[in-house]
Ligand binder design. Sequence first.
Ligand code: G6Q
Length: 545
Amino acid sequence: MAFERKNILDGLRPHAKRIKATSMRKMFEENPNRFDDFSVSACSILLDYSKNQIDQRAMQALFEIAEICMVEKRRDAMWAGKAINTTENRAVMHMALRYNGKEKLLVNGQEIMPKIRHQLERVKEYSTKIRNAEITSSNGKKFTDIVNIGIGGSDLGPDMVTKALEPYAHSDLKLHYVSNVDGAHIYDCLKRLNPATTLFIIASKTFSTDETITNANTAKSWLIEALGKKAVAKHFAAISTNISACNEFGIDSDNIFGFWDWVGGRYSIWSAIGLPAAIAIGFDNFKDFLAGAAQMDEHFRTSPLQKNMPVILALIGIWNRNALNYKSQAILPYDQHLSRFPAYLQQLDMESNGKSVDLSGYPVNFETGAVIFGEPGTNGQHAFYQLLHQGSDIIPADFLAAINAHENLPEHHDKLLANYLAQSEALMLGKDLKQVISELAMSGKSQTEIKKLAPHKVFTGNRPSNSLLYKKLNPKTLGSLTALYEHKIFVQGVIWDINSFDQWGVELGKQLAKSILPIVRGGEMPDKVNSSTTGLIKYLLNNKE
Ligand code: G6Q
């Protein structure tokens, strides 16, 4: 119940009060072992969480919260295939999609691993044949361009993985991702493509999502215009739980890949939704990606809370959100290949934990999911880091970096790593007025100039961050990293007692768009529409060309 959770979370307040009276800089000075005390490794990933405003007592209180909220029991219920997505009465079994052990995994009393392995086998066969040109276009040509049409969970995952694993990609296959209903997206993509060598993959769990079906129909017309109706069967594949709708669209049954209602869209990259990524990087690499996630699953399932990386990451988030009341969380990969990772995590986290009623339907009276945003470093440094360092809000950040680059350009990578290390250091240390004044004096500034400039050059510091380091961004590590955040989000959902696996908040806008569409097309304006929307529609219609 929400009020019980509030009491539990309020237990952090005295710890927050104690911590606010000191600073991280001081805590580092006092404890030379702070890094050893507050870092953990798993699956070849190091998490250093020592640059957070925490001490042993605060961590102890957080671990107790995880126990009181029965994180381990809820984790086991998820694994046991219980319908923990209560509002949709569904199990949550995306971990099964990457499971490579011998246990039987059940949903509603039915074993699910045989079905999963069958679909995976089909993904292997299809992706390999596309790569080797054993499956060709309607006129026997090798496919050169693969266009994935999907949105949300059916787009962000495969797009993120394809970009992250570019060093493993097949050099003569180009992957494109079209998601937006804005015609510009598909138009700009298709204008450079040759229908004779283009394969479309329609990725939609429901096969009814308006954006995806609109884009799929546009792609189909484009193809038919060039190659005729018969070509559709060869040039389209689909990934969906709605097989009959795929058939109706004209897709050959051999090219339809299934998955199940116990896989949430944003958790579906491990299913056949990963097909475009498997085509790009090859099935063996895709399997390694699954294996990396399975390794993190095993760590999450078996490690004690105090050594459990997803649990620790989640508890640090709870601390920042509920004890220190920070509202957002930056994801800052110093790894260009992870350019879509912040967007991927934005959906994963905000759609999962952006909730304000608890599992029993009562409003929560504490903070839940934070605002997630981010960009790769060093780009972000030249854009929004100003606010991270000197803004009035404190924004906890996760810094991620690969120790070794794929490219043999050490000049670049050393600089990247230096920046990665410098930023968390700068956020934590800050620079006080005394130091600023002395630096300005040393640079020869006059007293008047110093007085004017100094306050603007102060960094309050004491700003928290996590640092994650991994050897190289290979498929396995990417799998582990992605699963790490999935489990982090799960643990936070358990502590907040919310349903991390539904997304009712996206429905209202969809509903209203349906009723507004006829008006945008020139239909009659109903009386009840408010003056703002009426004004906007009139302005829009009057200015339509
Ligand atoms: C994710 C959401 C959402 C979903 C898209 C696409 O968890 O459910 O992002 O993935 O709305 O849905 P379809 O795959 O059904 O087209």
